[in-house]
Design a protein around this ligand. Structure first.
Ligand code: ADE
Length: 257
């Protein structure tokens, strides 16, 4: 996959793209990232790329001309244009999968108050937010997208089944994982993982993943692929919780009194 990144801070990307799995993806020929300094396409000798918004208001906007010149010179219109912005659609696993199927992504990182709206209309195919908070710029978000997409490219992760088992692959959070020693300072690894029964291990992991999702991200459950037994289990846990919260109310009252 080819990824072009257009940014005011190219240095931001140097080390992360060279490190660990992203670095190996590049040296292994799975990923080619080119980072472009938007200031190289500024029109004046001060290398200005931003200006105040029409109508006033705080902050500065990235001007249209440098971005347009960059897009044209590098022919970035050949790739899928992505703008990282807090008001974009939420980036998640499904979007990462969709993007991993593209041959060429172009990531535009906003800064200050963002970019002139006409750039979004002209060059951008998708606008992505990595969460409901405002970052100082799109660079951090671009790295998140590059990381999440790269690990899905065929050949990037040595153990593909490990990627498949990760959180979100099947709509559930990941289960807990343990390594040696079987007992650490009085904490014992669950017996189900120690008996060498593969079926038992799989069943335990699935149930733990379901339980963790139920506790931490119940919003994921309606879209998860659950069989009848699992649906009944979730129903039972929900009832238990309701009964539990019903009981805790009077005891809290008692404590206050
Ligand atoms: N730029 C600023 N905040 C952002 C966010 N939450 N996601 C993507 N890009 C951003």
């Amino acid at each position: 996959m080819r990824i072009d990144v257009v940014t005011l801070f190219p240095g931001f990307f140097t080390q992360p793209l060279d490190t660990s799995i992203l670095g190996r993806a590049a040296s292994g020929g799975h990923l080619e990232v080119a980072v472009h300094d938007l200031r190289s396409w500024a029109l004046d000798r001060h290398r200005t790329v931003d200006d105040a918004p029409f109508g006033g208001g705080g902050g500065m906007l990235i001007k249209p001309e440098p971005v347009a010149a960059c897009w044209e010179e590098l022919e970035l219109g050949r790739g899928l244009g992505i703008y990282l912005t807090a008001d974009g659609e939420r980036f998640g696993h499904q979007t990462a999968v969709e993007l991993s199927l593209q041959p060429h992504l172009v990531l535009l990182c906003g800064h200050y108050k963002g970019v002139d709206e006409r750039l979004r209309e002209r060059f951008i195919d998708r606008e992505l937010s990595i969460g409901d908070y405002v970052l100082t710029g799109g660079e951090t978000a671009a790295l998140v997208v590059i990381d999440a997409v790269t690990r899905l490219l065929p050949g990037v992760l040595g153990d593909f089944s490990s990627a498949m088992a990760d959180s979100f692959h099947d709509g559930l959070l990941d289960c807990p994982w343990y390594t040696r020693p079987a007992e650490f300072d009085g904490q014992r690894v669950p017996e189900e993982l120690l008996r060498g029964d593969h079926g038992e291990v799989e069943a335990w992991r699935r149930r733990q993943a379901l339980r963790r999702t139920f506790e931490r991200r119940p919003d994921l459950l309606p879209a998860a692929d659950l069989d009848d037994r699992e649906l009944r289990l979730v129903e039972a846990w929900s009832k238990e919780r309701e009964a539990g919260s019903g009981r805790s109310q009077p005891s809290l009252e008692r404590e206050r009194v």
